[in-house]
Design a protein around this ligand. Sequence first.
Ligand SMILES: O=P(O)(O)OC[C@H]1O[C@](O)(COP(=O)(O)O)[C@@H](O)[C@@H]1O
Ligand SMILES: [Mg+2]
Ligand SMILES: [Mg+2]
Length: 331
Amino acid sequence: MQRFIPTLRRDHVEEGLISVINTLQICAKEISHRLHQGELAGVLGSTLDENIQGETQKKLDVLANQLLKDILLENKFVRAVASEEEEGIVEGFADGKYLIAFDPLDGSSNIDINSMVGTIFSVLRAPQDGRTGTDMFLQPGRDQVMAGYVLYGPSTMLVFTTGKGVRVFTLDHMVGEFLLTDEDLEIPTETCEFAINMSNYRHWQPQMRAYIDDLLAGDTGPRCKNFNMRWIAAMVADVHRVLCRGGLFTYPWDSRKANKPYKLRLMYEGNPMAMLVEQAGGRAHSGEQRIMDIEPTDIHQRVGVILGSANEVETCLRYLQQDSQNGATDV
Ligand SMILES: O=P(O)(O)OC[C@H]1O[C@](O)(COP(=O)(O)O)[C@@H](O)[C@@H]1O
Ligand SMILES: [Mg+2]
Ligand SMILES: [Mg+2]
């Protein structure tokens, strides 16, 4: 089985980017090791702090964030990093070529129940137009040069794209290396599976409720087929399932908090997952536009997410559009 550096060379990935991916896989092994030690390493539970998003930080959120920062910032190709857990960006080498945005630990609420979590990352080129600081990161997702995640599950998997398909590597703990286990993931265009946090049903827009109602009506409803539902409460694990066997994943607009209508973050979750999904032949939409075409205005901005099997995303968007004709949504 192939190691990841020969795979990247075969894909003609530039040397600087190979170096960044190599650094990311070192971080992944380190985080994976701590996670698998669990309570033995004293890494479970919460800290007394909140992150920039106003959410309670788990000890592992802090540890994973620190590890990624420390290790990435030693790589001379890294210009700066932005993290879900940090208020501002952290600068690296002034002549570094790449910017790395990451969600160090996705699915934090799963940590204490020994369930799946992951690390999500997105790599952009450092702009050469004089922009500095946070502004450097304000680039649309279509400009990502690499996106991926590490899934810490029964096995640890590294899944990424450099724009030439989606490659999957599995960590062989015996040799301590990630080995290529899937060359080219492809999402089936049709699906009978969806993922949404149903407990928010009453907070969604009526057109999203109508879409889900019709999925639930199964073969007795207008869709004329039965749908299954899955929700792991870690986007990284839900999207991994969608990449492996298709499905529709959504975290849509909801009215729970007037100043926070979306939950997922564009730079750390929306964009990298959108690039992976599109590279695997699926679609990724915010409900208003293609996620990767959004021009970001803030590194911590949030976004609606509807992604997965192309035909099902299309169907979901048609439901949202129905209301736009009445002036509510613009798809
Ligand atoms: O708790 P909920 O509302 O089901 O939300 C689960 C969602 O929250 C998230 O866990 C947020 O990620 P973090 O753990 O990085 O904050 C997503 O991964 C996931 O899709
Ligand atoms: Mg997350
Ligand atoms: Mg997180």
